[in-house]
Design a protein around this ligand. Structure first.
Ligand code: GN1
Ligand code: MG
Length: 359
């Protein structure tokens, strides 16, 4: 019994009495519950992390606009997320202590994976994110707010990182000087995509910005991708970064927080199969100029994510959920190993993309 959760539940219209609720999922940011109703309905109740998302009202407006737009193109209810309105008609509720909560319909007979258990599954996730690009290709980008300003602005991330190093608020800098130097040695690469955009070579698009494979739902019987979830960071960005984050997370031979760095490298079979899935679906809607940058974008997002983990470690683990005290440092080291591995494989990755585009 949790009276707080029950009070929150009572503010939404589930269409039938709620008979159970349990915490579930393993996201790093929001708190999530699965809610079950008497007539067999399943829902996802989530508290929006307002430390991370400072404008939850603007965020919910983004999601309303995006899901309504996609639903006009896709009639299958399992293929676009659906918000459940609160009893007052809004798409979220605010508690007395200023917590923001929302509810989605649970996508029936769906399953989500934390790793690309088979190449085919990874290809399917490529199709899912490719399809997401396609559905939103004509969405008016300027309608969306930036739910986290400068989210994938890597130079801005470096500036924040350097400030965190100089403040040393958790007194952890002296123990990780090598890690800090490693990350600083890549600072020159941080503006790679922003420079291309400033030169007019690549456009701003609606991008998901958190394309981990566990943000894709699959049909539990066929393992075909159904839809993309976690739309909190969907905002203007570069398509190649969405591709890149998939490789960072699920193209890695090991987990995001693997301690044995010998196990951390990009699996080229997975890279190829993902690229075939993604480019096969949205290759015609995106330009060759942006797709060709996918390998560099994979390195850039890996560098940026690792930098964020290290910065959070230096600040005393205030942002990402952690399971043990060194967790963010472990994640940062894993990401850096992957960055170095991508340098070695950069040419090979580029050739794979070119061969797919030339087909
Ligand atoms: C966070 O919430 P989750 O676990 O899907 C983070 C992403 C990181 C990711 C690293 C809003 O995503 O940017 O890439 O952790 N989301 C936010 O695993 O910061
Ligand atoms: Mg997520």
């Amino acid at each position: 019994m949790n009276t707080k959760i029950e009070e929150i539940i009572s503010k939404f219209d589930f269409g039938s009495p709620v008979i159970a609720y349990n915490q579930f999922g393993n996201g790093h940011i929001n708190w999530t519950y699965r809610v079950e109703t008497e007539n067999g309905g399943l829902f996802v109740l989530q508290r929006i992390n307002t430390y991370v998302f400072r404008d939850p009202v603007g965020l919910m407006r983004n999601i309303e606009l995006l899901t309504n737009f996609m639903r006009k193109k896709e009639k299958d209810p399992r293929k676009v997320l659906e918000l459940v309105p609160a009893k007052d008609g809004k798409t979220f509720i605010v508690t007395d202590d200023d917590e923001y909560w929302r509810v989605y319909v649970f996508v029936k007979d769906s399953v989500c994976y934390d790793q690309a258990e088979t190449p085919e599954l990874f290809k399917e996730s490529g199709r899912a994110f490719g399809n997401f690009q396609n559905m939103l290709a004509d969405f008016p980008v300027s309608e969306l707010i930036e739910t986290i300003p400068n989210f994938h602005n890597t130079p801005a991330r470096y500036a924040a990182f350097e400030q965190a190093v100089s403040e040393d608020s958790a007194k952890r800098v002296s123990g990780v000087t090598v890690d800090i130097e490693n990350y600083l040695s890549e600072k020159g690469f941080a503006s790679f995509l922003l420079d291309k955009a400033a030169a007019g070579e690549i456009p701003l698009r609606v991008t998901h910005n958190d394309t981990k494979i566990n943000n894709v739902l699959f049909d539990c019987k066929t393992n075909k991708a159904l839809c993309v979830v976690d739309l909190d960071t969907t905002m203007p960005g570069f398509a190649a970064m969405d591709f890149g984050d998939c490789i960072r997370y699920a193209g890695n031979n090991a987990a995001e927080d693997e301690k044995d760095l010998d196990k951390v490298f990009v699996r080229m079979d997975l890279f190829r199969t993902f690229a075939e899935g993604f480019c096969g679906i949205c290759g015609k809607n995106l330009s060759r100029a942006e797709l060709i940058l996918c390998p560099e974008a994979a390195k850039l997002i890996t560098l940026e994510t690792g930098l964020r983990f290290l910065m959070d470690y230096l600040q005393g683990d205030v942002y990402f959920h952690t399971a043990y005290p060194e967790h963010n440092l472990v994640r940062a080291r894993t990401q850096f190993k992957l960055v170095r591995d991508m340098d070695v494989r950069m040419n090979e990755m580029r050739q794979i993309i070119i061969s797919i585009l030339d087909k």
